[in-house]
Design a protein around this ligand. Structure first.
Ligand code: SF4
Length: 400
């Protein structure tokens, strides 16, 4: 919450996928209720979808509880509690969201995979793709509002198609618009990253050479228990293919440690995979037994202390690998899409903040741009710079 004192009502967007996210969401609701008792408080999202009745009984301070596909009802409720007249559009589940130079376009919702650890299909239901028409119209809306990078999201983006129109064709259609400086694909299930998808990323200069593939693990036996196919060998082959087609591709992934039945040998295989795969960005989580999922019933459970030890080892390795990857960018020319002017605590000489094509908004680092005060680029401008330093997760680059 940036400035809740100015808000007519507070809306907390919750997450209910894993235990840590549930606790964080609950804490956000409770602290908003404590700190701003005079503001109407509304909670939306996945946690509400899963536990609406229990939450409503336990936290009466919240005036409205709304699940994942209830955008119109949220707007109507806010209008009522704030005393406003608002007209609501026909369909809000695929609404885009815009921030500075980039916008998310939700191309699908729900998931028909049955990964044994995952509560998303229980919360969001089966896979539903948005129509090409709806996506193009969302794109037009955010481009008109100033977006220059479109970030395509869904639980499994690689699966998208609409009748005869494939994802590759959709990428081409979207990038025909000259306002689109960049297009980025997020959340690609490894089973669906095939030659054609890699080609459509590699051959279209406006599509970011960036692959976000949540592998989750690398030991084949454990992947089967997770309800997934693949192995460290097939995944490394896929990554090698991507590197051959796009030598500068950036890779993001996520991993789970401490899944029921994970042996020390499985974990060592995961570490070897991570060392070889050289991810630029990755997240790691300890297994969380989610009610209603198959994995919640699986045994043997990995003791919490072992899971935490494995998580610390994996996180440390991922950080080292990512740092080495960033160092490799030193001295290279990059295109930086400007997102914001420089924050007050930015390093000296920095005039703006942006991202390279290897940095997705919100989840990866940023690039701080150094330039003369007379050369400050505008938000939404794509500028050429040379990388001069690595600052933790971020890069420092000088405008050319
Ligand atoms: S593909 Fe992703 S969203 Fe779907 S069940 Fe597996 S982990 Fe969950």
């Amino acid at each position: 919450m940036d400035s809740p004192e100015k808000a007519g009502a507070l809306v907390i967007n919750t997450c209910g996928f894993i235990q840590a996210a549930k606790e964080e969401s609950l804490e956000a609701i409770l602290s908003a209720a404590r700190e701003w008792p005079d503001r109407p408080l509304v909670a939306v999202g996945c946690l509400v979808e899963r536990y609406r009745r229990e939450l409503a009984q336990g936290i009466p301070e919240v005036s409205g509880w709304f699940g994942v596909d209830e955008g119109d009802a949220v707007v109507r409720h806010l209008a009522k509690v704030c005393g406003l007249q608002i007209s609501v559009g026909a369909e809000t589940s695929f609404r885009p969201s815009l921030s500075g130079s980039w916008a998310y376009l939700k191309i699908s919702d729900g998931c028909s995979h049955r990964c044994s650890f995952c509560a998303i299909p229980l919360i969001k239901g089966p896979y539903r793709g948005a129509s090409a028409e709806a996506i193009l119209s969302q794109a037009d809306e955010v481009l008109a509002a100033g977006a220059r990078e479109l970030v395509l999201v869904g639980q499994d983006s690689a699966l998208w198609r609409d009748g005869g129109m494939t994802l590759s064709a959709l990428l081409l259609r979207l990038t025909e618009d000259p306002r689109v400086l960049r297009l980025r694909l997020m959340y690609l299930h490894p089973e669906h990253v095939d030659e054609r998808l890699l080609e459509s990323v590699a051959e279209n200069p406006r599509v970011c050479r960036y692959l976000d593939i949540p592998f989750q693990h690398a030991a084949p036996g454990l992947l089967r228990r997770m309800g997934r196919t693949g192995s460290s060998r097939t995944y490394l082959d896929l990554i090698a293919r991507a590197h051959r087609m796009m030598p500068e591709v950036s890779l993001r992934s996520t991993f789970i440690v401490g899944f029921p039945g994970e042996t020390e040998e499985d974990f060592q295989e995961l570490l070897r995979f991570v060392e070889n795969a050289e991810f630029d960005h990755a997240g790691a989580f300890a297994f969380s037994a989610e009610e209603g999922t198959a994995a919640a019933e699986m045994r043997p459970r990995v003791p919490v202390r072992s899971a935490q030890r494995r998580l610390a080892a994996l996180t440390g390795l991922l950080a080292d690998v990512a740092e080495a990857g960033k160092r490799a960018w030193l001295g290279r020319r990059v295109d930086v899409l400007i997102d914001n002017s420089a924050p007050t605590d930015a390093p000296e000489g920095v005039v703006a903040v942006g991202r390279t094509e290897g940095q997705a908004p919100e989840v990866d680092g940023v690039t701080y741009l150094v330039a003369a005060d007379s050369d400050v680029p505008r938000v939404g401008e794509l500028v050429e710079a040379v990388v001069t330093d690595v600052l933790g997760y971020d890069l420092l680059a000088e405008l050319l």
